[in-house]
Design a protein around this ligand. Structure first.
Ligand SMILES: Cc1cc2nc3c(=O)[nH]c(=O)nc-3n(C[C@H](O)[C@H](O)[C@H](O)COP(=O)(O)O)c2cc1C
Length: 147
């Protein structure tokens, strides 16, 4: 029998003033641990807001959720989407893809960036809609290669 998969997405606010170097450090740390824990996902940064989606075996998801929640580099972590019965991974290619919103100006990215920004500007974003936009982003092969 295959292992049960879970997925969740959250938003949070940076506490550390993240610059490219500190973000790179965070990603290095995350990708190593995500590999060990069989986690995949995407991280979006629209300074000062993070939005992240993570998926993987239930036990790994429960663990990483607690770890990330305890991280003092950010605060106000708010889970906006959960799926406790994920059939198959949706972001399987990413140990942690990263997109810094507004970083590159390709038209199709820019359109999606502005949709995410609109979503984030209303306070607590609609999780279903956020999930939908993340899937659309993911379909663009180069969208998560920022760092
Ligand atoms: C916005 C944000 C996203 C993070 N994403 C991940 C992640 O995907 N995977 C991960 O292992 N750690 C992630 N971290 C780091 C964890 O909070 C925590 O520092 C790390 O899991 C601790 O690992 P270690 O003590 O086992 O080295 C993230 C932290 C922040 C602030």
């Amino acid at each position: 029998m295959s292992e049960r998969l879970k997925q969740f997405a959250y938003i949070s606010h940076e506490l550390l003033d993240f610059q490219e170097e500190s973000l790179r450090g965070l990603l290095l740390q995350s990708r190593k641990k995500n590999k060990d824990m069989a986690l995949t996902g995407l991280l979006l940064f629209d300074k000062p807001v993070f939005m992240q989606v993570l998926e993987g075996p239930a036990a790994s998801i429960d663990q990483i959720l607690a770890d990330i929640r305890a991280d003092t580099r950010h605060y106000s972590m708010d889970i906006i989407y959960t799926n406790d019965q994920l059939q198959e991974r949706e972001f399987a290619n990413w140990r942690m893809g990263c997109r810094i919103l507004g970083n590159r100006s390709r038209d199709d990215y820019a359109r999606l960036d502005s949709r995410i920004r609109r979503l984030l500007s209303v306070g607590r974003p609609n999780g279903q809609l956020a999930h939908q936009i993340l899937l659309e982003f993911n379909a663009m092969k180069g969208a998560f290669l920022d760092l």
